[in-house]
Every structure is written in C-alpha cells, then in structure tokens.
Design a binder for this molecule. Structure first.
Ligand code: PLP
Length: 229
C-alpha cells in the first residue's frame, strides 16, 4: 500500500470518528467500518489506526478478508441479508449478526455457533420504512423476534438495526431514525440488557446519532467510493 493512500485513509478515519464523537456528545458511540468491495490491505491499514470493528455484506467476500487479517483479532459484523444456507458460516465466522429478520434462522444459527467461546451478538433488523423491497422484520414483529433470540443459548440479543430509505428529504429520514429510537426504547423495557441501536451511514450518520444511534456503519466516507464488485 502506498503512503499517500494510507494517509488519506487516516485523514478520513480521523474526520469520521471526530464528527461521530462530537454528534454523540459524550454518549457511547461505535463506528463500524464497512469494508465491502475494499481489499484486505485497506482494512489492515485502518486497523493499524485503531479501528477494531468491521462490517461486511457478503459472507464469501468477508471470508477472504477474515483469513487474510486473522492475525489482528478484529471484530466482524455481518450487515448484509442472510440466507438460511449461510447461517452455519455466519455463526462460525462472525462476531455479530446485524440483519436477523426472521425467526426460522435462529435455531440454525444457534446450532452452528461453537459451544465454547463467545455468544453470537445479534441485532434484529427492522424494515422501518415498510418498503416492500427491503429486508428487515415489520415493526410490529420486533418483540416476538427479539424474545426468540433472547431465549436462545449461544445467541445474545444486543438491540436493533435499520437501513431507512435514503430519502432526499432529511426530515423524513430523521423521522425514521426517531421511530427506531422509540422502538429501541420500548424493547428495552422487556430486555434491559440491550445496548445497541445501529443506524446511520456515510450520508446521514450525524443525524442518526443525534436521534439516538449507538452504532453507525460507515463505508464510503472512510474508504472512498466503492469499487465495482
Ligand atoms: C454499504 C452499507 C453501509 C455503508 O454505506 P456508506 O453509505 O458507504 O457509508 C452501511 N450499512 C449497510 C447495511 C450497507 O450495506
């Protein structure tokens, strides 16, 4: 990796983390670096700056990077849609699953999660804008899906995740984030141990943080525009 690209990664990482922390105003806030389409060498350079948690959308693509970066002990989050035939791979190779959206995947994940070692940390993905094309459970199904995760050994319920529609009207995005915050607060009454509300991306992470996000998922602001897959 050339020095010049390393220093532009560093500048981007410092800028994003500083803006995120400022928006959080002292509340706990986690920045997930989204590495999809980016080579392992760039993730390694970002890890050297202090970034520990990385998000990947595709199990296969993640596998190559997990192997290449195994010496670093990074934390891996699946943030892409999960098919049932990938549950075993995900349960064995990821630390977090942010996109659980249906109960039938839960036993498949639990079965494959190694009995020794840490639990799989799980976020229930919510289709907050009710878009037919997007994954995520319906808001009214959050409670039952969360109960199912919480009752399952080898999995640990940590909170909620959403990808609101990238509406050009910021006020509509803000409302979607606020609805997620309400859903999160409501869920916490039944599950006081949850601590993670994952929402906000490069375009709108400061807005999401102000509306209560505890984790933002940042790709292009950190790594630059995505390469074609
Ligand atoms: C790609 C992706 C991101 C990051 O998107 P950017 O706009 O590049 O920050 C965040 N979350 C999910 C689920 C993604 O697929």
């Amino acid at each position: 990796m050339q020095e010049e690209s390393t220093s532009s990664l560093e500048a981007a990482w410092r800028d994003v983390t500083a803006r995120a922390e400022a928006a959080a105003g002292g509340r706990p806030l986690h920045v997930l670096a989204v590495g999809k389409t980016r080579p392992a060498a760039e993730l390694r350079a970002m890890a050297a700056l202090g970034q520990r948690a990385f998000g990947e959308n595709y199990v296969q693509e993640a596998r190559a990077k997990q192997l290449a970066l195994a010496d670093l002990g990074l934390e891996w989050h699946l943030i892409g849609p999960l098919q049932s035939n990938k549950c075993g791979d995900v349960a064995r190779r990821f630390d977090w699953l942010q996109t659980l959206d249906r109960a039938k995947l839960v036993p498949l994940l639990a079965q494959a999660r190694p009995p020794t070692g840490p639990t799989l940390e799980v976020l229930v993905q919510v289709n907050i804008d009710d878009e037919a094309s997007k994954s995520g459970c319906r808001p009214r199904d959050i409670g039952s899906l969360a109960d199912t995760v919480a009752a399952t050994t080898r999995l640990r319920l940590r909170g909620l995740m959403a990808i609101p529609a990238p509406h050009p009207d910021r006020a509509l995005r803000q409302r979607a984030f606020a609805r997620m915050r309400h859903a999160f607060d409501a869920l916490r009454l039944d599950h006081p141990g949850i601590d993670t509300l994952s929402m906000g991306m490069s375009d709108d992470f400061e807005l999401a943080i102000r509306e209560g996000a505890t984790m933002v998922r940042i790709g292009s602001q950190l790594f630059g525009p995505r390469h074609a897959r």
